[in-house]
Structures are given as C-alpha cells and as structure tokens.
Design a protein around this ligand. Structure first.
Ligand SMILES: Cc1cc2nc3c(=O)[nH]c(=O)nc-3n(C[C@H](O)[C@H](O)[C@H](O)COP(=O)(O)O)c2cc1C
Length: 217
C-alpha cells in the first residue's frame, strides 16, 4: 500500500524493524526499483557511491543463510546471563525465508579511487555513506507499505562466500524486504522487555559533552 500524502515525519514514525509480519508475496518490480532508487540517491563522501545491492530470491541461498544466522543466534544466546536469555528467547531476529526477498547491501572502500574527497581524515566516512543508503531504502520501503528487517547475526566471510562477494567488498547488511500484514507500532525489543527507547532529552548535550549518569545506560 502506498501512502503518497504522508509526510516524511509520518514515514519515520511508522518505520519498524520487521521480522514476524512478512507475508511473502512478491514485490512488484516498479516498487522495488523505486525503493532501490531512493537508496541509490543517498549522499556519499566525495560522491563515492560505495554501495551495491545483491537481490537474493533463491530459496536455497536464503535457507542456507538462515541456518548460519541460527548458529550465530545460538552462540549469542549462550553468552547471556539467565534473565537476559529469557527475554532474548522471546525475540525473533530475522525473517530471511518469510520475506519477499533479501537485499544484501555491500560497501566498497576502493570505489572512487585513492583520492576520495572528504575521506582523507576519516576512513569510516565511506561506510557512513553506505549506511545512509540503507536508511533511505528503509524509509522508502516504509512509504511503499513494505516491511524491512536488518539482519546482522552473521559472519562477513560466510556471507561473502555464499554470494560470491569479492574479498575487498564488505557485506554491511542482509535486509529482509517484503510485503507485510501490518507494521507494529512499538519496536519488538521494547515489546519483549529487552530495551526501551532513550528520551530525546538524554541524547542532547549543550556546548560540551557534560557527562551524566544516563550516558552509560
Ligand atoms: C545496524 C543494525 C543491525 C541490526 N541487526 C538486527 C538483527 O540482526 N536482528 C534483528 O532482529 N534486528 C536487528 N536490527 C533492528 C534493531 O533491533 C531495531 O532497529 C531496534 O530494536 C529499534 O526498533 P525499530 O527499528 O523497529 O524502531 C538492527 C538494526 C540496525 C540499525
């Protein structure tokens, strides 16, 4: 469902990380192209445009990645104290096979050559750019009535090998993208008692950092 009259603020408010609400119906190609087009219009340091998008529809590839994510989930679960473990056990961390497709966003630090304007002092500025493309993609998907879930429970080398990604390119995210029954209004992690939102006032500092107790929470 499209919401053409929505303001950007409405879309930002409605955006959710989705795992359980995927229906698996195909995403029409024109919609997918618009969403990827929004990602591709992100700002980038020195206009390096260091991102690429691998569209993963093959069920076997997705099942194989899902199995790897299950292993990583189990190893994180094993590291938790009992009360955190109980909360984590209620949380679904991926919708890899249930979503319509996977979009793997990669980052190429060599794109743009050695003289990327604005990256000389901060090497990570390239990676920031790729992450902005992901945020554009996420908001555009929301505006189109789609759901998106970011999966980071994986080892980069495993995903690189699974998709034939070159050694000098980093897979930054596996995004589960697709049609959804609905979008939740409260983040899953909050609903399941894992962690709540910080008040905006706690994130704002005036003139200097001025350390406060809540900075560490
Ligand atoms: C870099 C990054 C990695 C994430 N990795 C995962 C993940 O592996 N599994 C998952 O279920 N959610 C993942 N998330 C989603 C967050 O848990 C979610 O954004 C957060 O709880 C706030 O919920 P909301 O996005 O619905 O507002 C990730 C989000 C980001 C930005």
């Amino acid at each position: 469902m499209n919401h053409p009259t929505d303001s950007l603020y409405d879309v930002i408010e409605r955006r959710r990380d989705v795992r359980a609400e995927f229906t698996g119906s195909p995403v029409p190609d024109d919609v997918l192209q618009r969403v990827l087009g929004a990602a591709h219009r992100a700002p980038s340091v020195g206009m390096s445009q260091p991102w690429d998008f691998v569209l993963v529809r093959d069920p076997e590839t997705r099942a194989s990645f899902r199995d790897h994510v299950r292993t990583e989930r189990a190893s994180f679960a094993a590291s938790l104290p009992p009360e955190r473990r109980a909360s984590f056990d209620r949380i679904k961390v991926e919708g890899i096979c249930e979503s319509s497709l996977g979009v793997v966003v990669t980052h190429s630090q060599t794109r743009g050559g050695p003289h990327v304007l604005g990256r000389h002092a901060i090497a990570d500025a390239g990676l920031y750019s790729t992450v902005l493309a992901i945020q554009n993609l996420w908001l555009a998907a929301t505006a189109e009535g789609l759901g998106l879930g970011w999966v980071s429970f994986y080892r980069e080398d495993v995903l690189r090998q699974l998709l034939g990604i070159p050694a000098d390119v980093r897979p930054v995210a596996w995004l589960c993208l697709g049609t959804v029954s609905h979008l939740e209004t409260v983040p899953d992690l909050e609903r399941h008692g894992w962690r709540a939102r910080r008040p905006l006032a706690d994130a704002i500092h005036e003139d200097t950092w001025q350390a406060r107790e809540q900075d560490h929470a």
